[in-house]
Write a protein that binds this ligand. Structure first.
Ligand code: ATP
Ligand code: MG
Ligand code: MG
Ligand code: MG
Length: 577
């Protein structure tokens, strides 16, 4: 590539509203151009970086067995209503109407559309596992778009989704993706760390973020240098936001709370071991005496955490209950909730739904049971984190360096990170809600197990700069540099010898598949060097008459600009390779 033919537009000063070094440098180097808050054009120089990151991601995804597709940016609201996220997503979801007043969204992520595809395309166990991914524009109407492409509103994400026959197989898909992510971030040349992450409302313990280590990162990571332990402190914040959960956990430490009493009572009464997988237990009754009073509960609705499904309930995998209690049947759930069990999901109920449920008096709680009849309290029955200590989340809220690591293998250190990737075991959250099922070997219908896997392609570019820059500009790792080599001629128009050597070197390097740019703009050395230092091309070759007298060119690495090396012209290609 010749510079005159390419599009280079560098600036001396960064705009005043650029608040982080990567954003300042990307704008100054002409890599991105702001159009609106959190909305940027990738200019030719920036797009080259984006494409390189994409290619690494694509290669490793394909290597791991995933298959690429491309889903629409514009998605009909119906699917989002079906999954429940039309209600739940909030203002980050950009919604609009078409000319027929039909609702649409711009995808912030694509679980709904991929699940819709899966329920149509995947019918038999023979087709599984399936792992599909796309590299596509996303839109999230972030509350505070900032840091350039690192927290944009429009950004590019690789999002992948796996479909498996059961939780075990889904676990394997998760591991495969985890490994692929390690390869991807190794190849980008960035220093990163996989950390345990919050699983939000989905539950379970399989969620890992990939964090690029940088002091400007928005996330705080606690890790133990002596073990594998590493977690996003957001984890602790999630507990805090849950407020109720955190407060109750503290309460639990002091005296036996009503919650704990009731828990013990339930255990005893039902003979039901409250394991980690039990999210919530509701004792219910739909029987009344002649006067219309609700009789003591004899039905148990049991809601399981994400890695178990209603199918297990249906398959009778739950234990026998004592004292004449039994689990609710599908028909009873349908009657109580007015929707199919599939919609109920294994994840838990919205307090709203429980209220409707109580209002209708379809179900009520008697004196001695855990129940939804106490306003603001046991709305959802027994919950871990509230009635029992949260078993999976270490409380890192007030952690300081030197605190013992939750795994007991040393002490914790803290560092800042940028979340560039996220792998997440979804279980049946979407497949239950949207009825994505397949037939197993016995012809029985089963709900698909899912995982989702994201990488912020455009954020990786920003994170790379945060981690690699100096006061002259960016310093790209070779693998994601816009160009790997810049040839800087001293007098391209003036000296035939210089021009000839530069042209030949350019062609030879290009023939070797090396991304080379020859600066034929005829600039003075100062501004020419300043441009390539700002743009951060990792290798620079200077060709001038003085060196050519000895048959030599000058090489410098962007990281060590003052250690220049003279290299014989004929050795230059081998030297660079
Ligand atoms: P964050 O915590 O930074 O808001 P997230 O957890 O909401 O990110 P995910 O839903 O996990 O993001 O999306 C997958 C990946 O997409 C993230 O790991 C991140 O790299 C990238 N990403 C998310 N939001 C943005 C954004 N506003 N701009 C650029 N990249 C983003
Ligand atoms: Mg976010
Ligand atoms: Mg996050
Ligand atoms: Mg995330």
């Amino acid at each position: 590539m010749k510079a005159r033919q390419f599009f280079i537009s560098t600036l001396k000063e960064a705009p005043a509203d650029a608040d982080i070094v990567s954003q300042q440098l990307m704008i100054r180097a002409g890599m991105i151009k702001k159009l609106a808050a959190g909305v940027y054009t990738y200019m030719p120089m920036g797009l080259r970086v984006i494409r390189k990151i994409e290619n690494i991601v694509r290669e490793e995804m394909v290597r791991s067995g995933a298959v690429e597709l491309l889903m629409p940016i514009v998605q009909p609201a119906e699917l989002w209503v079906e999954s429940g996220r039309w209600e739940k997503y909030g203002p980050e979801l950009l919604r609009f109407k078409d000319r027929h007043q039909r609702d649409f969204v711009i995808q912030p992520t694509s679980e709904e559309v991929i699940t819709d595809i899966a329920r149509q395309e995947i019918t038999s166990w023979r087709q599984l596992p399936v792992n599909l991914f796309q590299i596509q524009t996303k839109f999230r109407d972030e509350r505070r778009p900032r840091f350039g492409v690192m927290r944009g509103r429009e950004f590019i994400m690789k999002d992948g989704y796996s479909f498996d026959r059961d939780a075990d197989a889904a676990g394997k898909s998760y591991e495969t993706m985890f490994d692929a992510y390690c390869r991807i971030f190794n190849r980008t040349g960035l220093v990163f760390r996989p950390v345990a992450a919050d699983t939000g409302s989905i539950g379970g313990n399989r969620s890992n973020e990939f964090q690029v280590i940088a002091d400007t990162g928005e996330d705080l990571i606690a890790y133990c240098p002596d073990s594998q332990y590493a977690a996003n402190i957001e984890l602790a914040e999630a507990v805090q936001v849950g407020g109720e959960r955190a407060a109750a956990t503290e309460e639990m430490q002091k005296v036996p709370t009503p919650g704990r009493d009731k828990c013990e009572l339930v255990t005893e009464l039902l003979g039901l071991p409250l394991t980690k997988s039990v999210k919530s237990v509701v004792l219910a009754s739909d029987e009344r005496d002649e006067e219309g009073n609700v009789l003591p509960a004899k039905i148990v609705l049991i809601l399981l955490r994400g890695d178990h499904s209603l199918n297990e309930v249906k398959a009778g995998k739950l234990p026998e209950l004592k004292n004449g209690f039994r689990f609710a049947t599908e028909a009873e759930i349908l009657k109580a909730f007015g929707s199919k069990p599939g919609y109920l999901g294994p994840v838990g109920l919205d307090p709203k739904e429980v209220k409707i449920y109580a209002d209708r008096s379809v179900i009520n709680m008697s004196d001695f049971v855990v129940g939804a009849n106490e306003e603001g309290f046991h709305l959802r029955g027994v919950n871990f984190g509230r009635d029992l200590p949260e078993p999976e989340v270490a409380d890192l809220r007030n952690v300081v360096e030197g605190d013992p690591s939750p795994d007991g293998k040393g002490t914790l250190k803290l560092q800042r990170g940028i979340e560039v990737g996220h792998v997440f075991y979804l279980g049946t959250k979407y497949s239950e809600a949207m009825h994505a099922t397949y037939l197993d070997e016995e012809g029985k219908s089963r709900v698909l197990e899912m995982g989702c896997y994201g990488i912020g392609i455009s954020r990786v570019a920003g994170a790379a700069i945060e981690q690699n820059h100096d006061d002259r500009g960016m310093i790209w790792p070779d693998a994601i540099a816009p160009f790997t080599v810049a040839i800087c001629p001293m007098g391209y128009k003036r000296s035939e010898a210089v021009q000839k050597v530069c042209d030949e070197l350019h062609d030879k390097l290009a023939a070797e598949g090396i991304d080379v740019i020859l600066d034929d703009r005829d600039l003075r050395p100062g501004p020419m060097f300043a441009d390539w230092e700002l743009i951060g091309v990792p290798h620079r070759i200077v060709v001038g008459d003085r060196g050519l007298k000895n048959g030599e060119i000058e090489y410098a690495n962007r990281r060590t600009l003052d250690q220049k090396e003279m290299v014989k012209v004929e050795d230059a290609v081998a030297f660079i390779k």
